[in-house]
Design a protein around this ligand. Structure first.
Ligand code: 5AD
Ligand code: SF4
Length: 446
């Protein structure tokens, strides 16, 4: 080594993270990247360059979980060529399968569950076990380095609540993410202010049951989620607030009222109903009926008439009949969703529904197709209803065409706009002129 070289800092090690699944995993991946940057790792987009590969996994459906093993298989030749390459598995498959992962795939160096990833640096240094999936007493957020004071993209996620106590019969989340925990008000407000100082104008509050959030407020009173949103609405420079995912049974009056009162709260609500059949909702342990959901939607629309609603649906749940399916289609017709996610039921080990007899797979496929066709028609109608309207669009990045910017409308549609002088972070009025399959086109409003 020359004198010259010995004086320069060692080249940063490279970390490649692949994120599967929900937005909370996206947030967790960012936080893990920050924890690792304190250890001298910087992010790379190129897996071949990486000194460490971290797969942040999802366990919600079988397909998502199996993806991990096929990706680990693909990493084998890289590890063979570069034995120092560290391979870590994080997230919900790590939580659910633990050492089974290393048994199946010995190339994996460490397995870390969603509640323990603050210990990732220790694990890497060999100062902690290579499998950590307990639910510790301490809050991982207290142990994570503060987000680095770099500028951020204009839209950011902020986790306020984790875990779920609802135990829907099909769902692994209560087991992989554990019991419901709300982060304290002061941390949330501090993190939000910090994000805004770094250029963030839109925050999406995250939680598996985000509207179940509660905590001791700054005034010493118990706050619900609606009150938290009001407090966030007072942060100067925070122009947009969103949240996901919500449970219908936690839509408190004050939260509904916040949709009327807080102008920064965007007119968009993801409120999964899963099914429109009371029989199936009961079997799913959802603890509400279709009528109660519809009534709730009426109240939300009363508070915010232009709100766009989205949902999740599970098709082919054990015991689902043609009549149950028809009830779901009818509920969709009645609500009119802006868009929705729909999934074929996937039996998950450890959940109550796992033992129940599955319905014919071809029947479930056909129902899923029918349901998705209806939802696409609704999505198209919702997008077309935007044509001619002037909406706020927050630009996030340049488009592929010269002079073009891509941003999100108030209703979370992607909007392409010719705006050669605009920059990411600009929030401007845009007149919508055209609807494409998954986006809108608009023109800068004078
Ligand atoms: N099979 C199919 N879909 C599921 N979801 C959760 N568990 C399952 C399962 N076992 C869907 C639900 C939930 C979304 C995140 O994933 O619709 O709202
Ligand atoms: Fe899963 Fe139901 Fe909890 Fe949502 S509310 S995370 S679907 S158990």
């Amino acid at each position: 080594m020359t004198d010259q070289a010995s004086k320069t800092a060692p080249a940063a090690k490279k970390l490649f993270i692949k994120t599967y699944g929900c937005q909370m995993n996206v947030y967790d991946s960012q936080r893990m990247a920050e924890a690792m940057s304190a250890e001298g790792y910087e992010l790379t987009e190129d897996q071949a360059q990486a000194d460490m590969v971290l797969l942040n996994t999802c366990h919600i459906r079988e397909k998502a979980a199996e993806k991990l093993y096929s990706d680990l298989g693909r990493l084998k030749p890289f590890k063979a060529e570069k034995p120092d390459l560290k391979i870590g598995v994080a997230g919900c498959v790590a939580q659910a399968e633990g050492e089974e992962i290393i048994r199946r795939m010995p190339l994996v160096d460490l397995v870390v569950g969603p509640q323990t990833y603050h210990r990732l640096p220790e694990m890497l240094r060999g100062e902690a076990p290579k499998i950590l999936t307990e639910f510790p007493e301490e809050d991982k957020f207290d142990h994570l380095p503060q987000r680095r004071a770099t500028r951020r993209a204009p839209a950011a996620f902020l986790t306020v609540q984790e875990g779920c106590d609802k135990f829907c019969a099909f769902c692994v989340v209560p087991y992989t993410r554990g019991a419901e925990v709300s982060r304290p008000v002061d941390r949330i407000l501090r993190e939000a202010r910090d994000l805004v100082e770094r250029g963030v104008r839109e925050i999406t509050l995250l939680g598996q049951n985000v509207n179940g959030w509660h905590g001791a407020g700054e005034d010493g009173r118990e706050w619900g989620f609606g009150r938290l949103i009001r407090a966030l609405g007072e942060i100067e420079g925070l122009d947009r607030i969103r949240y996901t995912t919500s449970h219908p049974n936690d839509m408190a009056d004050d939260l509904i009222a916040a949709h009327r009162d807080v102008p920064q709260l965007m007119p968009y609500l993801h409120l999964p109903v899963q099914s429109g059949s009371d029989r199936i909702l009961k079997a799913m342990n959802r603890k509400h009926t279709a009528t109660q959901y519809l009534h709730l939607i009426d109240r939300i629309r009363e508070a915010r008439p232009d709100i766009m609603l989205t949902s999740d649906f599970i098709v082919g749940f054990p015991g689902e009949t043609d009549q149950d399916h028809a009830d779901t289609l009818r509920l969709i017709e009645e609500v009119g969703f802006g868009t929705a996610f729909s999934f074929k039921y996937s039996p998950r080990p450890g959940t109550p529904a796992y033992e129940r007899a599955e319905i014919d797979s071809a029947v479930a496929d056909a129902r899923l197709q029918e349901l998705q066709a209806l939802l696409s028609r609704q999505q198209k109608a919702a997008q077309e209803s935007m044509i001619g309207r002037t909406l706020g669009v927050l630009f996030e990045k340049p488009g592929r065409i010269d002079g073009q910017m891509i941003g999100k409308s108030d209703y979370l549609h992607s909007v392409f706009v010719h705006a050669p002088d605009a920059r990411a972070g600009d929030l401007v009025p845009v007149r919508i002129v055209e609807s494409a399959p998954n986006s809108l086109r608009g023109e800068l409003a004078a």
